[in-house]
Design a binder for this molecule. Sequence first.
Ligand code: SF4
Length: 360
Amino acid sequence: MSESISRRTSRKIRLKNLFVGGDAPITVQSMTNTDTKDVKATHEQIKRLVDAGCDIVRVSVPDEESLKAFAVYTSSFDIPIVADIHFNHKLAIESIKAGAACVRVNPGNIGGKERLTEVVRAASDFGCAVRIGVNAGSLEKKILTKYGKPTPEALAESALYWSKFLEDMGFLNFKVSIKSSNVIVNYKAHMIFAEKSKAPIHLGITEAGIGLYGVVKSSVGIGALLMTGIGDTIRVSLTGDPVREVEVGNYILRCLGLRRDTVEIISCPTCARRKIDVEVLAKKVERKFGNLHIPIKIAVMGCEVNGPGEAKEADCGIAGGKDFSLIFKKGNVVKKVPNHEALGALEEVINELKEERDAG
Ligand code: SF4
């Protein structure tokens, strides 16, 4: 049985210089939570998101002043910037003209089919993608009346309806998001939709919450769907610094073998054989190597006796000892160094791995 995920065949769309769907790698996105009008703070946050490995950044455009600032972001970053619009279709159109790579609208609150049509026409004229958002909180009255509440069937029906609406206009450069804060409703709605549509899917669990609970809820909700092959771009929604969303999103993809350009750091749970503070060492390794864009697995192990053997699948790592650490590569010990030299020695091994990889 294959150990890799077989992805659903979706349509490939374009967000400026980046593709979503089809055979394009699954991307990680996030959203700024600064005041869009505050150019300094928002610019800085987008930069931090990019540095953390974010592929697509979404920015709210709630008013005219935000629109002016939005144009600054689209002109100063290479990565696709998505305009997030609610209620005001004119702002959607102006954001498209201001260089949005994609505009996110919820048909349920944009003001009817005519206004949505105007937005889609502008997107088509300016080579902008559209994200159709179907949220449990903004379902059309007709569908809510039919199902009584935002059931999976209701969410999928709304998403299919609006997808067909855009397809009938001849516009295919769109993706779909279906959002419920209920992980099971979310899962079932996607299963129904994915079977009947080729549109690429933006995955996320809305209002996942704060701290560890939000991380786990998003990982379960997004991870379960990714494992079935559904999902072309993901956003982890967490209350707090959006950089965390990117880190978690990348980890979800990395765990599933869906993102091959990031470092994965594993560490042992420790036991009575532990010779060092594994948590402290693992954090140092994370700080030093966590943002490298190379596909390697680094292990941090608590003892020299079992460490390298237990981390056989890692590419390299450190097994801590009382005074000396063992540095291992592909399960073999390659160096023994004083503890304070361990990170430097690990870096040398990582560089060797990079060179070997580059040499094919
Ligand atoms: Fe225990 Fe050593 Fe295994 Fe860590 S690597 S769990 S310290 S035996």
